[in-house]
Design a protein. Structure first.
Length: 455
């Protein structure tokens, strides 16, 4: 099984691919160079043979006698080439070696004239490359011979050298290609191992990458994804714990007080009314939590819809302030609305009420003394809504993150005040669905101001 995995690995596949391409190109180039070199070398020998024959024929044409013939033959003795000089009747006058059968077979027929050139150039099948050159006015002929055995030996040695060199180059290339493919695929293997660990729930992975190419960018993306998944997992776990706590507390109240009422333990009507108020309050708390969860799911799948109509924002704010005033009074806070005349705009009144309610409720929740003020005013074509408090404020380094789902600035603070971490996430999405904008300014221990712009 391991062997199969190794063969199927991307590094092996890349190595085979690059090796195949390299070997193919190497052999094509080698064949071209081999053919070119062989033809050039043999053509050079042929041309040299013709030139030597012509030179000897020119000398003999001026002095065609025994001494000159002997001089020419002596020049071609103990060298690679051989010479044979014949008269016009093809009778051998002299030669540098004893003529053999192949030399005799290639002599011109008696009476045939020849202007000069190569008589035999097939070096693979014959013993000699042979050229002929006429002496003077065909008074005789100079035959030059080059042993083809030498050519075949040279070509054979060249073949051996090329094969050995080629094998060495191929082996070296295979090693380099294997090393390079391993280097190229090692980051991918590391990423694969990291993603396997991420699939097992170990989201935060360190992927060592260098450079700025596509592979490095992929590694950074996977690492960033892992960090985001880990953050999401942490937020989800914390959210589930918070939701469990948020549900358990009101359910405990509801169950406890309803059991008391059901058993008839409380006789006084005032106490019964008080218990019913508590049950109603806790039921509303659960309703708000479930609604936030439901809205979040709609935002996530893109199915959040608005029922817009022309309306004024001021009556909505008055209703929110009226509903939350008892809660503010209970904490000894001053909750006021400073509303200026503003134009009608196209809004979903119910959703806008939900957003403003969340903001004002948060302001009350995180303000221990002082006041909470809701303002509206017209700024050119924009309608501005401000929710200002004198509460505990938000640390500067948390301001950009408070709009994220499940995000809470302080877990212990949230445990005391309640909240799932979805309120501001829902608010921002509602405002953005109205093509609006929401911003926050906050100073720790002095308070916060949330500003909404609508048009």
């Amino acid at each position: 099984m391991k062997r199969k995995l190794k063969i199927n690995s991307i590094s092996v596949k890349l190595g085979i691919l690059f090796s195949g391409i390299f070997i193919a190109l190497f052999f094509i180039l080698g064949s071209i160079l081999y053919g070119a070199f062989t033809h050039l070398f043999i053509d050079y020998i042929k041309q040299d043979l013709v030139v030597r024959a012509n030179n000897h024929a020119n000398v003999l044409g001026q002095h065609f006698h025994h001494e000159t013939i002997s001089h020419v033959v002596k020049m071609e003795t103990d060298v690679t080439t051989n010479v044979l000089i014949a008269d016009s009747e093809q009778k051998v006058l002299d030669s540098s070696i004893e003529p053999d059968k192949d030399m005799n077979d290639h002599m011109l027929p008696v009476g045939q004239k020849h202007s000069g050139g190569l008589l035999e150039e097939d070096w693979r099948e014959h013993d000699y490359l042979i050229s002929v050159s006429p002496i003077g006015n065909h008074e005789g002929y100079v035959y030059m011979y080059y042993p083809t055995s030498i050519l075949r030996e040279i070509v054979f040695v060249m073949n051996i050298v090329l094969i050995v060199t080629g094998l060495g180059v191929v082996l070296l290339a295979l090693g380099l290609i294997g090393f390079m493919s391993r280097m190229l695929t090692q980051p991918l293997i590391t990423m694969k191992e990291a993603t396997n660990k991420m699939a097992l729930g170990k989201y935060k992975q360190r992927i060592p990458v260098s450079g700025d190419d596509e592979v490095a960018q992929l590694g950074e993306s996977i690492q960033s994804l892992g960090e985001q998944l880990q953050d999401f997992e942490d937020s989800r776990n914390e959210f589930l714990a918070t939701v469990s706590h948020e549900l358990r507390t009101p359910l405990t109240y509801i169950k406890g007080y309803s059991d008391i009422l059901n058993k008839g333990i409380v006789k006084k009507q005032e106490e019964q009314v008080e218990y019913l108020k508590i049950i109603n309050k806790e039921a509303n708390r659960i309703t708000f939590l479930v609604n936030d969860l439901f809205d979040m799911s709609k935002f996530e799948v893109g199915k959040f819809e608005l029922n817009k109509e022309l309306a004024s924002i001021n009556p909505i704010i008055k209703k929110v302030v009226s509903n939350l005033k008892p809660e503010a009074d209970e904490k000894g806070l001053i909750l006021t609305a400073s509303l200026s005349e503003v134009t009608y705009i196209s809004i979903d009144s119910q959703r806008m009420e939900q957003a403003i309610y969340n903001l004002v409720e948060n302001a009350i929740k995180y303000t221990n003394e002082g006041k909470v003020t809701v303002k509206t005013y017209q700024k050119n074509e924009l309608i501005v809504i401000e929710v200002e408090d004198t509460g505990i404020g938000i640390p500067t380094n948390h301001l950009s993150s408070i709009w994220e789902r499940f995000y809470r600035v302080d877990k212990s603070r949230t445990r005391k005040t309640g909240g799932s971490g979805l309120g501001l996430y829902v608010v921002k999405n509602i405002i953005q669905s109205h093509n609006g904008d929401i911003r926050v300014e906050s100073t720790e221990d002095k308070g916060s101001t949330f500003t909404i712009h609508l048009n």
